[in-house]
Design a protein around this ligand. Structure first.
Ligand code: BGP
Length: 469
């Protein structure tokens, strides 16, 4: 039902915004930073921006934090570049790299902005990749050690910790993100071995965070409700199967420390179950989150598969579903419109996703990404008119309040992105920020910052605690 009397946002609600290290920082080889797999990417079409300079946030951090303060942010969700802190992933700590994040955290706190720190957002150190990446058990140990380096350095100032950003999208649609494909005789089996290693690494990192008094930790997958294409019971089963493979596999493991049974059966039937070593299940069981963070851009709609397909697909774009033979077939939802980049926009599905998450896990929920990618235009007078983004965000905030009124415990909302940054595979022409960054794909121009119309809109919304929107 649509509530007519809405509950206000909780007083402690964290109005925030998000970025990730490799997409915003630049300075890809400065102050001792080692290369990450994102620096080593070779799959971008010619002319699409790389991450060498990105939004130059590394050099303009104070200016960017001042803009966040002007926006009124109560939280800023960013990620740490693992290879900036430990250049080869498991060796010497780079004090200059660590110091950057110390300065960032101090700048945020000085403005009353709560830091929300993601340990790992797609950018595995290239040196670890060269040693097998997540196929190697040693990467689990390296991640735990890295997590402990971060908590030791920043645990006195950072309260909210996120482990791994969108592990599920890395596993299911890694090609769209530029994650190197696994080798081996059966790459799909290998990918679920990598997934298992990440789950164990995440569990150990959660335990490490809990050794810091007062620190809170959560996983940060991309979660989308999955609709059946019709009331045909076979479509309903396909929707449940895809939800298990896409969503619940990751969160059942993170929250309850167990594999989701539907997903486990799917893996078993295909011969893709990972090898589980002694101690892994105990590690999974011991890593308990305090909250669930999730990214939401769109819902998905699926039907039962047709007899001969479709083949597993989707590597071109993480949210344009094709399907998987014998499991599900992605279909477009006739009730939804799409963004310029083809992603369906579904604010009501956002509320449904909140409800499903809260029903399943009964943990506070923190939105760590949500937003609209569009090719914004900088006008001659320095303004940027992005009414489409305001409409998207307003519709989604409306649905958060419906979810709050439903009784869901919502900690905060960190839309993507605090400022423009380089998209995962569409460069600078797909912008998300409240702040425009003056550069395009190849031409770095001034890199100056300009407030978009959505900046002024969001500032007003935060100032009125969600009332004026
Ligand atoms: C999520 C990622 C982000 C981000 C966003 C938008 O998958 O966590 O890193 O980029 O989606 O995606 P894109 O840049 O492909 O539009």
């Amino acid at each position: 039902m649509q509530h007519r009397t809405l509950r206000p946002f909780p007083p402690s609600f964290l109005w925030g915004a998000s970025t990730s290290a490799y997409q915003v920082e630049g300075a890809a080889a400065e102050d001792g930073k080692g290369p990450s797999i994102m620096d080593a990417r070779t799959d971008r079409p010619a002319g699409v921006a790389d991450y060498t300079v990105a939004s130059d946030h590394y050099h303009r951090m104070e200016e960017d934090v001042a803009l966040m303060a002007e926006l009124g942010l109560r939280a800023y969700r960013f990620s740490v570049s693992w290879s900036r802190v430990i250049p080869d992933g498991d060796g010497e700590v780079n004090p200059a790299g660590l110091a950057f994040y110390g300065r960032l955290v101090d700048a945020l706190l000085a403005h009353g902005i709560e830091p929300v720190l993601t340990m790992y957002h797609f950018d595995l150190p290239q040196a670890l990749q060269a040693k097998g990446g997540w196929s190697s058990r040693s990467t689990v140990d390296a991640f735990e050690r890295y997590a402990r380096v971060l908590t030791a350095a920043l645990g006195d100032r950072v309260r909210y910790w996120l482990t791994i950003n969108e592990q599920n999208i890395m596993i299911l649609f890694g090609g769209a993100l530029g994650i190197p494909a696994p080798g081996g005789d059966d790459p799909q089996r290998e990918i679920y071995q990598q997934n298992h290693h990440m789950l164990v690494a995440q569990a150990r990192a959660m335990r490490a965070v809990h050794e810091v008094p007062g620190a809170l930790v959560g996983p940060a997958p991309n979660i989308a409700c999955v609709y059946p294409a019709s009331s045909d019971p076979l479509d309903v089963v396909a929707a449940e199967d895809f939800a298990a493979i896409r969503n619940w596999l990751y969160l059942d493991a993170a929250v309850h420390g167990v594999y989701n049974p539907t997903a486990w059966a799917y893996l078993g039937e295909r011969g893709w179950r990972p090898a589980i070593e002694p101690g892994d299940l105990a590690d999974l069981a011991a890593g308990r989150p305090d909250f669930v963070a999730f990214n939401y851009y769109t819902s998905h709609t699926v039907g039962a598969p047709t007899p001969d397909g479709p083949e597993k697909g989707g590597s071109q774009d993480q949210h344009l579903l094709i399907g998987e033979a014998g499991v599900y077939r992605g279909v477009s939802n006739p009730h939804l419109t799409t963004s310029e980049f083809g992603w369906e926009m579904d604010p009501v599905g956002f509320r449904t996703t909140f409800r499903q998450l809260y029903d399943r896990y009964r943990l506070p929920l923190l939105v760590t990404e949500n937003g609209l990618g569009a090719p914004d235009v900088l006008e001659a007078d320095g303004s940027v008119h992005d009414p489409y983004r305001i409409a998207y965000l307003r519709d989604h905030v409306d649905q958060i309040q419906q979810a709050v009124t439903d009784g869901v415990d919502v900690l905060g909302y960190c839309p993507w992105a605090a400022i423009d940054l380089v998209s995962t595979h569409q460069g600078m022409r797909k912008r998300y920020g409240f702040v425009y960054v003056d550069r395009d794909e190849g031409d770095l121009r001034t890199l100056d910052r300009y407030r978009k119309d959505s900046f002024h809109w969001y500032r007003e919304l935060i100032a009125t605690h969600g009332q004026r929107r």
